[in-house]
Write a new protein. Structure first.
Length: 399
C-alpha cells in the first residue's frame, strides 16, 4: 500500500525524513549520508515489502521518474570539485598526491574489473562496474580529520588525495564507459575507440571552462547573494543541458566550470559558498532517492559481485596508495597508512550508477544494488578505519 500523495508532499517527506535521520546518525557518530540512505530505504517501495510489510511512502514509478534531481546534484558536486583545483594548490602539494590519487583510482578499477572478468562476467559489465570503484567520498574522511584534529604528513597527503580523487575517477569512468560501449557495438576502429573518450573529456572540460569564464562576466556586476545564486544555478543547469545535448560528460563539464572560476576569480570562495547555500536539500533528496531505489530483493542475487566489489575495491585502493607513495617518495607512513583512509564512497559513485545503466541496461538493478550496498558498508566502516590508520601513523592521539 502506498499513500496517494502528490509530488511536493513526497519531496517534503523525503527532505524532512532525511534531515532527521541524518541528525540521528550524527548522535551515533556516523556520517549524515548514511542516515539519508537509511531514510530512503524506509520510505522506498522495496525495503519494507521485502520484510513482509506491505507499505511504502514512495512508489516505484515516483522514484524512477526522479531523473532531474540526480543530474542537478551531480552537477553541483562536480562544480565544487573543480573549485579545488587552483594553481596555487598544485604548487603547494607537489607531485606525490597526484601520483597517489592516479594510482589508487586506477588500481581500484583494475582490481574490481579484472577479478570480475576472471570470475566469468562480461567485459562491458566488468568495465562499467569497475569504473565506479575509483570514486572516493571525501566527506567522511575530512570529518574524522577535523573531529580528532589529526596532523602530520599522512593527513596532509590524504587531504590532497581526496580532493583530486573524484576528478580522476570521472576521467577513468568516462574512458571505461566509452570502451564498454565500443566492445558492445563491436567497433572496428580501435584507435577511434581509444581516442573518442579522450576527445569527449577534453571537449567537456573546454566547454565547462568557457561557461565558467562567461559566468564571471555578470558576476562582476551582481553582488547580492540572491542574484549570484541565480547566476550559479543558471550556468550549472545550462552546462548540464548542453552536455546532454552534445553527448558530453556533465560531470567533467561542471568540473571544468568550477576550475575556471577557482583560477580566474578572486571571489572563487564566496561564489562556491553561494552555490553550497542551495545544495543541502538537493543532496538530501539525491541520497534519499538513491536509498529508496535500492532493490533489496537483488541483494540475495549479487553475493559474489558484491563481495568482489567491496573487497577488491579496498585492495586496489590500498595497493595503489602504497605504490604511489613509493614512487612519489612520500614516506613510509604515507605508503602504509593512507590506503585504508580512502574507503568511503557516496555521492559521485551513486550518481554514476545512473549513467552506467545506459550502457548495460540489463544490469542496471545489480549495479545500483552493489554500489549502494557497498556505500552502506564503506560509510559505516570507513570512518573507523580512517581513525585507526591515523592513530597507527601517530597523527591522532589514541587516548
Amino acid at each position: 500500500m502506498t499513500p496517494d500523495l502528490n509530488v511536493l508532499a513526497n519531496l517534503g517527506i523525503m527532505v524532512l525524513s532525511g534531515i532527521f535521520m541524518g541528525r540521528l546518525m550524527k548522535h551515533l557518530r556516523l556520517p549524515n549520508v548514511t542516515g539519508y540512505l537509511i531514510a530512503g530505504l524506509l520510505l522506498g517501495p522495496y525495503f519494507l515489502p521485502a520484510l513482509g510489510i506491505p507499505f511504502s511512502v514512495l512508489s516505484e514509478s515516483f522514484i524512477n521518474n526522479m531523473t532531474v534531481i540526480p543530474e542537478v546534484a551531480l552537477g553541483f558536486i562536480a562544480f565544487s570539485i573543480g573549485n579545488e583545483f587552483k594553481r596555487s594548490y598544485f604548487r603547494q602539494v607537489g607531485t606525490a598526491p597526484v601520483i597517489i590519487a592516479c594510482l589508487e583510482s586506477l588500481f581500484a578499477v583494475v582490481f574490481v574489473a579484472g577479478m570480475m572478468i576472471l570470475t566469468g562476467y562480461s567485459v562491458p559489465f566488468s568495465l562499467v562496474l569497475g569504473s565506479i570503484a575509483a570514486a572516493t567520498a571525501p566527506a567522511s574522511t575530512i570529518m574524522v580529520i577535523n573531529q580528532y584534529r589529526a596532523r602530520g604528513p599522512v593527513t596532509k597527503t590524504l587531504l590532497s588525495v581526496v580532493a583530486l580523487d573524484d576528478a580522476i575517477a570521472l576521467v577513468l569512468f568516462s574512458v571505461c564507459m566509452a570502451a564498454a560501449q565500443s566492445i558492445k557495438g563491436g567497433a572496428a576502429n580501435l584507435a577511434w575507440a581509444i581516442f573518442r573518450p579522450v576527445l569527449e573529456i577534453f571537449g567537456a572540460l573546454a566547454l565547462g571552462i568557457l561557461l565558467g569564464i562567461l559566468m564571471l562576466i555578470p558576476m562582476r556586476r551582481f553582488h547580492k547573494h540572491g542574484n549570484r545564486l541565480a547566476l550559479v544555478c543558471g550556468f550549472v543547469f545550462l552546462g548540464i543541458g548542453l552536455a546532454d545535448r552534445f553527448g558530453l560528460s556533465s560531470l567533467m563539464l561542471c568540473m571544468g566550470m568550477g576550475a575556471a572560476v577557482a583560477n580566474l576569480s578572486r571571489e572563487a570562495n564566496s561564489i562556491l559558498d553561494v552555490a553550497e547555500s542551495i545544495t543541502a536539500p538537493i543532496y538530501i533528496l539525491f541520497f534519499v532517492a538513491s536509498g529508496a531505489g535500492l532493490q533489496v530483493k537483488m541483494l540475495g542475487k549479487i553475493g559474489v559481485i558484491g563481495i568482489i566489489y567491496i573487497v577488491f575495491r579496498f585492495l586496489g585502493k590500498w595497493f595503489g596508495s602504497w605504490l604511489g607513495g613509493r614512487i612519489g617518495h612520500a614516506g613510509r607512513n604515507v605508503s602504509h597508512y593512507l590506503g585504508p583512509c580512502l574507503l568511503p564512497q557516496a555521492g559521485v559513485a551513486i550518481g554514476l550508477t545512473l549513467v552506467a545503466g545506459n550502457v548495460v541496461p540489463k544490469y542496471t538493478a545489480q549495479i545500483r544494488a552493489v554500489v549502494l550496498a557497498g556505500t552502506l558498508v564503506y560509510e559505516l566502516a570507513g570512518p573507523a578505519l580512517t581513525k585507526m590508520s591515523l592513530v597507527r601513523a601517530g597523527e591522532i592521539r589514541s587516548g
